[in-house]
Design a protein around this ligand. Structure first.
Ligand SMILES: [Zn+2]
Length: 484
């Protein structure tokens, strides 16, 4: 069987139509792999259809420039050049004529000329192509994105990592340029106004945390990381948005976070609970965004530190037990006493912190510190453990004001932990930036990639393109609409 595929061009007034051949397919004995279209055929078809379409569209567009709108005379050509325009369905080589302005406009001067097509298609890539390049580059490496797009679209050899990165960064820059100015504070209005606002929605929970990305401007492999702050804002109904920025690069972190909260409907009389693992960067970030905000040290980060100390203590107990097998004369109970006691103390510290009793917890941490220092034994990790205990003491001291009664909050079903943010770090940063250790980033490159990445993860990128290019549907898969 032969299948001829044709395209019918119909003039706008419906009077004339023209039929053109696109492709001819042949099918003999039916096999599963020859039922319907192959990928190669579909690429060829799409490319063919688009080429005919484009030449019609361009001819129609250019027709309006060929004659002078004032006197009707034909405009003369100064020359032409080939304009390359990249689309999802292949590279287009369009003839772009340069036309002299009509003599009736400037009779006595050297005549001015212009290239209407080149002006119209100033960007050399179609928005749809830019969208897909940006979307995939935000989700996976440039290399993989190129392989994927060339596999399924007729654009093999026409996309490469350099142009894809350039396009992704241009899109990110455009997104960045729309972000308003940074401000010291974003609280608007006064208590009187806030009271008059409608009843707010339940609290927003915002978790903040940092991750590290490998820097490109370092010589050694083991050093040279820079910090990326990421976070997630979660509404009571579970609707969540992530955001991220390179700490040392971003000039508008507070505005960035504020816009996320605003997009989730933040009202000035609405409660916002910020959870973080302390640290000056995130602390200053979350201030002055909302009058009803609460700032808490994240329970997850407290327990993580305690768990590490407990594990280390258990390791010490094991090590001492092995030693004792070799020197049977040693007094067993006396030697293991200290680490066993330590485990109990750590448990007790946790219990006090859980109930928000910072003073008691700090006193106990101090005891642990002293006990470790005067302990005569010297197991391998004693110094390390001592260092951790010191750091923990500083950590709790610095963040004491942000330690609530976690137990009580927990009983009232209030958030106490940003464990959900720990996974955000993985979701936003690690998967794209850290898994491939050989990949190094500049702060700018990482920051810009994060901006398109969070748009993709928040399902916002398509909406952004729809806002920029009104002919682009904000719904990505339109098949159902087209069939109707
Ligand atoms: Zn004229």
């Amino acid at each position: 069987m032969k299948i001829r595929i044709q395209i019918v061009m119909e003039a706008a007034n419906g009077e004339s139509e023209r039929i053109e051949d696109i492709a001819e397919l042949e099918r003999n004995s039916l096999q599963p792999e020859t039922l319907g279209l192959t990928l190669a055929e579909s690429k060829k078809l799409l490319q063919g259809i688009q080429q005919r379409m484009v030449s019609e569209q361009v001819a129609e567009y250019m027709a309006q420039f060929n004659t002078c709108p004032d006197c009707g005379a034909c405009r003369t050509r100064k020359g032409q050049h080939t304009l390359v325009y990249r689309t999802l369905f292949g590279k287009l080589n369009l003839i772009s004529p340069r036309l002299y302005d009509c003599a009736c406009h400037q009779p006595h001067q050297a005549r001015h000329s212009s290239s209407p097509l080149a002006t119209w298609l100033e960007a050399h890539s179609s928005p749809e192509l830019l969208y897909l390049e940006t979307k995939f580059a935000s989700l996976m490496s440039y290399g993989l994105s190129i392989r994927l797009l060339s596999e399924v679209l007729p654009i093999a050899n026409e996309v490469n990592a350099t142009s894809m990165r350039r396009h992704q960064q241009q899109i990110a820059e455009r997104i960045e340029s729309e972000l308003g100015e940074e401000q010291f504070q974003f609280i608007k209005g006064c208590p009187d106004e806030w009271r008059r606002q409608p009843r707010p929605e339940p609290p927003l929970t915002v978790g903040l945390d940092g991750g590290y990305v490998h820097a490109s401007d370092q010589k050694s492999r083991t050093e040279g990381w820079f910090e990326v702050i990421t976070g997630k804002s979660v509404k009571a109904d579970g609707d969540a948005k992530v955001f991220a920025f390179v700490n040392k690069y971003d000039a508008k972190p507070k505005r960035r976070l504020y816009e996320v909260l605003k997009s989730q409907g933040l009202q000035m009389n609405q409660q916002v609970v910020f959870l973080s693992d302390g640290g000056d960067t995130v602390r200053s970030l979350q201030r002055y965004l909302s009058p009803e905000s609460e700032h808490l040290l994240d329970w997850f980060h407290i327990t993580m530190r305690l768990t590490v100390m407990k594990q280390m203590t258990k390791g010490i107990i094991k090590e001492l037990a092995v030693q004792k097998k070799h020197q049977k004369e040693a007094d067993e109970s006396e030697n293991t006493d200290v680490p066993a006691q330590l485990l109990k103390q750590l448990e007790s510290i946790k219990w006090h912190l859980w109930h928000g009793n910072v003073t008691e917890a700090l006193a106990l941490i101090y005891d642990v510190n002293v006990d470790l220092e005067i302990w005569e034994e010297n197991p391998t990790n004693k110094k390390k453990l001592l260092k951790l205990v010191c750091e923990f003491e500083n950590y709790i001291r610095a963040n004491g004001a942000f330690i609530p009664n976690y137990g009580e909050r927990y009983r009232h079903n209030e958030t106490i932990s940003t464990a959900f943010v720990e996974s955000t770090v993985n979701y936003v940063i690690s998967k794209r930036f850290v898994k491939k250790q050989q990949m190094r980033w500049t702060q700018r490159g990482a920051h810009l990639l994060l901006q398109t990445r969070v748009q993709v993860l928040n399902d916002d990128l398509r909406k952004t393109f729809g806002r920029w290019f009104q002919g682009m549907s904000v719904v990505e898969n339109e098949e159902s609409k087209m069939a109707a």
